[in-house]
Design a binder for this molecule. Sequence first.
Ligand code: 5AD
Ligand code: SF4
Length: 488
Amino acid sequence: MREKVKRVVFENPSSEQAIVYMQKHNAALAVAVGHTPRCYVLTFGCQQNVADSEKLAGIAVAMGYEITERPDEADLILVNTCAIREHAEKRALSIVGQFKHLKEKKRELIIGVCGCMVVQKHRCDQLKKSYPYVDFVLAPSALHRLPEQIVLRLKGKRRLFECEDEFAIAEQVPMVRDGHYRAYVSIMYGCNNFCSYCIVPYVRGRERSRNPEDVIGEVRDLVKRGYKDITLLGQNVNSYGKGEEHGVDFAELLARLDAIEGDFVLRLMTSHPKDATRRLIDVMAEGKHIAHHFHLPLQSGNDRVLMAMNRHYDRETYLSILEYMRKKIPDIAVTTDIIVAFPGEDDNAFEDTLSMLRIGKFDMIYSFIYSPRKGTPAAEMENKVPKEVAAARMERLLSVQEGVAERISQKLVGMDYRVLCDGPSKTDEGMLSGRNGQNKIIFWPDDGTKAGEWADIHVDRATPYALYGKRIGFEEEKKFIIKKSEED
Ligand code: 5AD
Ligand code: SF4
C-alpha cells in the first residue's frame, strides 16, 4: 500500500498569514519605488510546467504583485525549470546566470528557482554554491508554499535550499491563466513507471490523482467562463485514479467530463500505452467533446530496446492499440514521442523504429536524442551510441517521418473542419491560424475571426506540418457537415 497522499487547500492559516505579510510588504515597497511591485515568471519544459507557472503567477498576484513580461522591471523573478534533458537544464541555468546583473542593480530583487531541476540534489547544491544571487528553491509539488518561502527569506538572513519535495496535492491555488479560451487542468501528478531513461519519477514523485469532484468542478467552471479548449494534464493522464479510494478511473472521469453541457473540446496529455484501455478508447469514440487526437509515446520500435527502457509493451501490443483506436475512431490523429540513440540501440534496432513510423503512420512525432540523466538506470548502461551516429539517425528519422506526414496531410485536402482560432499567424502575414479537433494547425486568410472564436474551414492545400484553407461561407456553414476525403 502506498503512503497516504498529503492533500492541502491553499487557503490554510499558515499561507494566509504569509500572504497578509507579503501584501503589507508589497504595499510598503510600492510606496518606496512608486509602482506596484512586479513578478516575472519564466517557464521551461512541458505543459505541466506551464500550468504550474500559472499557479505561481496566481499566488504572486494574491501577494500583491502584478505580472510583468520584463525581467528587468521585476521585483520577484521565478524561474520554473525542467529536468527532462540536459539541454533544458543548461538553458535554465544560463538564464538564471543572466539575472545576476539585475540583482546587482536592484538589491531587494528576490529570485526563486522552482520546478523539476531543483529537486535533484546536485543541481540544488550547484545553485546554492555557484548562483549566490538565487534566494530560494521550491519543488514542483510545494508551489503552494511560495508565500511562506518568501516570508522566510525576507525575515531570516539565510537563503533557502531545502529542496525536499513533499509530493502533495494542493487544491484551490489561485491561477493567472495564460489564455482566455484554452486552459490546462492538471488531474494527476507524478509517475510510477520508472522508464529507465527518465528523471520524472525521481523529481515529481509517486503518482497521485486529484479527487474527481475537484477536477469536474474546475472544468465546469472553465466552460461557464467561456473556455473552449481544455487539456487534461498529467505525466500519465490515463493512470488517473489508480490507488485512490474514490475508485474513478480515467475512462470514467473522461465520461463524466464529457457530460458537461457547453461548447468546448477536451484534450489529454500525455498517455502511456499500458493504460490505453479499450474502455478509454470507447469513451473517446462516444464522446461529444473529446478531441480525436491521441498522443501515445512509443519511444522505440524495437522490442529489446523497449524492454531495456522498461516500457512494459512490445511492438505488437502497441500496434494492436493503434488498430483498435483507428477502428473505433477512424479520423483520429495519433502523435508520438521517439527517443533516438538509447544505449544499446544498434542499426537493426533503429531500423525497427523507422519501420514503426511507416506502419504506425503517425500524424506527428516529437523526437529526442537520448540524454543521460543522473540517477536513472539508463545512465549506467553500457553501449552508449556515439554523438555523430545519434545525429545521423535523428536526421533519417525526421526525413522518414516527413514522408509519412506528407502523405497523411495530402489526404486531408478537401476536408472541412471546425477550427478554434488562435489569431494572426506569427509566420504568415495576413493569415490566421488555429487548431482542429485532431490538433492540426490550420491557416486561412484573415477574415476578421478573433482568437477564441470557432471557424469552419475548407482545406485546399497541405504540407507535412500544416493545412491551409478558406472559411466556409455563411450559407455553407448552415448546412455544415464533415466531408469524407474521396480517397478514404
Ligand atoms: N532523453 C531523451 N528524451 C527523453 N524523454 C524523457 N527522458 C528523456 C531522456 N533522458 C522524452 C520521452 C518522453 C518525452 C516527454 O521526453 O520521449 O516521452
Ligand atoms: Fe518518464 Fe516513463 Fe513516467 Fe513518462 S511514463 S514520465 S517517460 S517515467
